[in-house]
Design a protein around this ligand. Sequence first.
Ligand code: CP
Length: 335
Amino acid sequence: MINFTGSHILSVNQLDRDAIAKIFETANTMQPYAQRKKRTRVLDGAILGNMFFEASTRTRVSFGSAFNLLGGFVRETTGMSSSALAKGESLYDTARVLSSYADVIAMRHPESGSVSEFAQGSMVPVINGGDGPNEHPTQALLDLYTIEKELNSKLQTIDNMHIAMVGDLKFGRTVHSLSKLLAQYKNITFSLISPKELAMPDSIVSIIEDAGHKVIISDEIEGNLDADILYLTRIQEERFPSPDEANKYRGQFRLNQQIYTKHCKSNTVIMHPLPRDSRSDANELDTDLNLNPNLAIFRQVENGVIIRMALFALTLGVADQVQQHECDVNWFTQK
Ligand code: CP
């Protein structure tokens, strides 16, 4: 198992089943702090460098909130144009500089491999918040944690489940990382549903198949949605040469309550890494599912905070000191 203290978290390839169990066990202990029942100052004085060179709402803000919930401070930069990368500074130099200001760095960048390159120049642990179409390890961990919780509540397990991944499986980095983590479990059926041009990369399909799982590849949604977990993805238009190229695929894999009732099991869990595209012509994941109890998208969001708290506590070596630095919450809270 990885020695978390002082380590970069760049890829799910670093995480075996013991490491995953350690992260989930630590995340469980973060629940009272995330729910504001208690607070902790275990990271009082520590600084997170939250460096997002590509658009983000959830990952950026939840990394910041997670660090604040552990008592630490956050310094942030957003967008390429407002950083010296726009003046030709290398990722190595940027990392060398930023890591002298912070104790840990969370980073997102539009190019595959960029976060690993950055980590080579960093003197502090770097956590990958998404590198182009390559990987999104913290999203995969929160997705896996959500899947486990949702299935356990129905007395099911990840072993032997059926997951349908739908949409842009080529550029959707969350499904790449999640598939690699799931490949470590047993006897899973993967239905990979996408337009042929946006199929799951062969390298990921090989990892799943080599681990002995069943893979069904289709460009049809009908007949393939009776899964335990239905994981939808957005068409990643920012990775296409032009919006028109992306527009060709919009609406092909719409899910609404009517389609759910017709094609899914009565308890199929609906997941999506978000953002969902809610523009009128997107036809992706309709809001008429918002009150469906099997819609887990906002539970995924909540789980993202505790998973990121766990990763900070582990990489900074304080996971067993959190309770020791606990104090009361003084303000009104409904959580
Ligand atoms: N799921 C996710 O990565 O969302 P953001 O792009 O808002 O961070």
